[in-house]
Design a protein around this ligand. Structure first.
Ligand SMILES: Nc1ncnc2c1ncn2[C@@H]1O[C@H](COP(=O)(O)OP(=O)(O)OP(=O)(O)O)[C@@H](O)[C@H]1O
Length: 299
């Protein structure tokens, strides 16, 4: 295990922002942190980076605590973006590169490569304040990866980007992962985590309510959706015990059921009734899981 968060809590006065969190991220893995506003994601990142000290527990990267001394191992895209508005793009990135101990020549090369990748080479000599929000975000991202960190922590990397730029950033993040970088990112968009992460945590009021590999989480989620295309009336299925939600659309019936046993019962009943064009038990989406788990935890 490379990143180990062990029994970590963080209190601000009487308020507990993170409550007994334990998780691990393996080297080269992409890990997603989900949670409503105020769930404790940013606080967890800040503790991981050594910017905040946990009230309890410990966080280590390859067995060592992270902090000022080994900060070049980590790249961080903070939620509150921290660029200097008056500085030119190249000067800004140069400054971050020097902070991470890079050589001038290497910094120049990396800056040129990254500006090219994000199609913003023409902005090299513009002041940050002259750039659009999306382009400023790209610069902030470049600042976090310029020094080729082993561990990359991205707080809401996709917020404020248009769909084209979201894809551009996703591609670059994926390439970094393929090159071996361990990546942890937070997002409010389930589909980003679903697409990119093997492992994830859903935080709620500082505690993990879902944690594990995406595949396992989906498999173990009991509530299932069934889609039926049949050329006969299906409304009799509404009264089958274990049916949570029943909806007919123009060409299909969608049913939410409590678990797989109910799905099997529905299959048997439908098969006896007549010809079925399609009967499919869909995997739950991360959105379904989030709503169920976070909703339940709130209740
Ligand atoms: N320095 C601080 N002093 C007091 N309370 C704090 C401090 N930092 C964070 N908190 C509180 O801790 C809780 C968790 O905040 P955190 O920023 O970690 O949430 P988050 O999951 O990142 O939320 P968001 O999605 O809105 O960014 C919030 O209720 C916040 O107000």
């Amino acid at each position: 295990m490379s990143l180990v968060i062990q029994d970590v809590s963080k209190r601000f006065g009487n308020f507990t922002a993170v409550n007994n969190l334990s998780l691990t991220v393996e080297e080269g893995q992409m890990f997603g942190m989900l949670g409503a506003n105020g769930a404790g994601k940013t606080t967890t990142f800040r503790m991981t980076l050594g910017l905040l000290t946990p009230s309890e527990g410990e966080i280590t990267w390859k067995g060592k605590k992270l902090g000022y001394k080994n900060s070049s191992l980590v790249g961080y895209l903070p939620e509150e973006r921290g660029l200097y508005p008056k500085l030119k793009v190249a000067d800004q990135l140069h400054f971050f590169g020097r902070l991470r101990g890079m050589k001038k020549k290497e910094i120049r090369k990396e800056i040129e490569d990254w500006l090219e990748k994000f199609q913003i080479s023409d902005y090299r000599n513009k002041a940050i304040e002259e750039l659009s929000k999306g382009n400023q975000q790209k610069i902030q991202f470049i600042a976090s990866v310029l020094h080729k960190p082993e561990l990359l922590i991205l707080d809401e990397p996709f917020s404020g980007l248009d769909p084209v730029n979201v894809n551009l950033l996703k591609d670059e993040v994926t390439k970094l992962k393929e090159a071996g970088t361990t990546i942890v990112f937070s997002s409010h968009r389930m589909e980003h985590v679903e697409e990119l992460c093997e492992k994830l945590c859903i935080m709620h009021h500082g505690s993990p309510v879902v944690l594990g590999k995406l595949k396992d989480i989906k498999r173990s989620h009991k509530v299932k959706h069934i889609v039926i295309h049949a050329d006969f009336e299906t409304s009799f299925l509404k009264s089958v015990p274990g049916v949570i939600h029943y909806k007919e659309t123009v060409d299909s019936t969608r049913i939410q059921v409590a678990d797989e046993t109910v799905a099997k019962q529905i299959f048997q009943q439908v098969a006896q009734k007549g010809f079925v064009n399609k009967f499919e038990v869909e995997e739950p989406t991360l959105n379904d899981i989030f709503i169920e788990k976070v909703g339940k935890a709130s209740a």
